[in-house]
Ligand binder design. Structure first.
Ligand code: FES
Length: 454
């Protein structure tokens, strides 16, 4: 076989493998700072986290720290979080500037405006005119917004955000994510690499092994697509009797002969065990199906009624669903993985989002965050903040804790001298292979290769 024939197909549909260096090597983790994180667009926060002029957050990634501030009613800016005097980090956490609307370095008291200009340097004349505005200005970082997130990129030559996000952005534009607000948001530090954590949410192939309690509700076989930098997957409904598109949890009829009950069972289960991927409106509408429809109503009709009622219920309370073509909705799948570290499970009025970041440059630790955003009636958005939550069922409900149990165990298992490399499912786990294909382009090593080549 010649070398050309050993390059995986563009769609990554063949059996592939790749090694574990990216997960466990301290040298690799250190190199990610320069080769990956300094080059990619990454979502740092939601716009709603910076409602007032002077509000700021500190976004840490590997060994870099970025200060993101609302500098005006219509403007958010990002700067490297470092004082130009002797390098102290300018801010130690999230916060709001005082009435002076300046950042004050806690070491020698130098001050900077929200535009990054230095406004005060103690005994400046001692430098004999060498402290020019250019020398003292905070170093700016590129920033753009999409979907209600603030995205930053440390690379001045990087492609525009919109171009980076395609085709994900075009596929999810109709969902109007920018109108959604946090319902809850939590973080925790895990004993695993950030990639180990992200990959737990790149596929649903794990549902059968990790969440056996869900199998009585539905089939979880999925299709998956690798699309340039990003990937997505959706459910493949194999029950022909249902005769409905069901790539997304919210439009799944579930198992059983009575779709009225199976839809309600699935909605209640998801709400109770995930606290995401549905809303109270959907749950309430599903529980009324047995009263509103006769027995033996075809599943397709039950689903159409369910969605119609949920939409009307939401409209009555001031939540107007985005207009999404049903075929587009079905084609968008259940979840997208946006390179490198956004995972999003989307629905008509909500989304469940995951992010994992390195914890410094320790390959065995990461900061894992999950958040739910939802469309609320205007003025009724809940007030939320990031909560550090130990990974217990009490804090995270049962489904996520099932995922969490795998993470550190995978990190430990990959270090076994007997483990030859990953074997991602060629049909259902293409997002994992695609992630490593893209990662290898930045890191210069670790690309998936054909399995028969090992
Ligand atoms: S390091 Fe900031 S004022 Fe000295």
């Amino acid at each position: 076989m010649n070398i050309e024939s050993r390059i995986p197909n563009e769609d990554l549909s063949e059996p592939l493998t790749f090694g574990v260096e990216a997960y466990i090597s301290p040298e690799y983790a250190k190199a990610e700072g320069d080769r990956l994180w300094a080059k990619v667009w990454q979502h740092a926060c939601r716009v709603e986290e910076l409602p007032n002029v002077g509000d700021y957050i500190k976004y840490d990634i590997a060994e870099d720290s970025i200060l993101i501030v609302r500098s005006g009613p219509e403007r958010i800016r990002a700067f490297h979080n470092v004082c130009l005097h002797r390098g102290r980090q300018l801010v130690d956490g999230d916060g709001r500037c005082g009435p002076s609307q300046q950042f004050r370095c806690a070491f020698h008291g130098w001050r900077y405006g929200l535009d990054g200009e230095n406004s005060f340097a103690l005994d400046k004349d001692d430098w004999d005119g060498a402290l020019t505005p250019d020398r003292l200005r905070l170093r700016e970082v590129r920033l753009d917004c999409w979907g209600g997130w603030v995205w930053i990129n440390m690379d001045a030559d990087a492609m525009p955000l919109r171009e980076w996000l395609e085709p994900f952005a075009t596929m999810l534009d109709p969902f109007e994510l920018e109108k959604m607000r946090y319902r809850w948001r939590q973080r925790v530090i895990f004993d695993c690499n950030w990639k180990t954590a992200m990959e737990a949410f790149m596929e649903s192939y794990h549902v059968e092994g990790t969440r056996p309690q869900l199998l009585k509700y539905a089939d979880f076989y999925t299709w998956s697509v690798a699309h340039e930098r990003h990937s997505y997957h959706g459910f493949e409904e194999r029950n022909a009797e249902l005769d409905i598109s069901s790539s997304n949890t919210i439009i799944r009829a579930g198992r059983g002969s009575d779709a009225r009950k199976s839809i309600a069972d699935l909605q209640v289960e998801v709400m109770e065990t995930v606290n995401a991927s549905t809303t109270q409106t959907f749950v309430d509408a599903s529980l009324r199906l047995v009263d509103e429809l006769p027995e033996n109503t075809p599943p397709g009709e039950v689903m159409a009624h369910f969605l119609e009622r949920a939409k009307a219920d939401d409209a009555a309370r001031g939540v107007i669903w985005p207009e999404i073509d049903p075929d587009h909705f079905a084609a968008s799948g259940i979840a997208w993985n946006v390179f490198p570290n956004l995972s999003i499970q989307h629905g008509y009025t909500f989304a469940l989002c995951y992010r994992a970041r390195p914890h410094g440059i320790d390959p065995d630790k990461c900061v894992f965050e999950a958040s739910v955003i939802e469309l609320f009636p205007k003025g009724e958005e809940p007030k939320t903040e990031w909560i550090y939550a130990e990974p217990t069922e009490e804090n995270w409900r049962s489904v996520l804790v099932q995922d969490f149990r795998n993470m550190a165990a995978v990190q430990r298992g990959m270090k076994s001298r007997a483990f030859p490399g990953m074997l991602p499912n060629p049909k259902q786990e293409r997002p994992v292979s695609n992630f490593h294909r893209n990662l290898s382009r930045f890191m210069g090593a670790g690309a998936p290769r054909l399995l028969d080549g090992i």
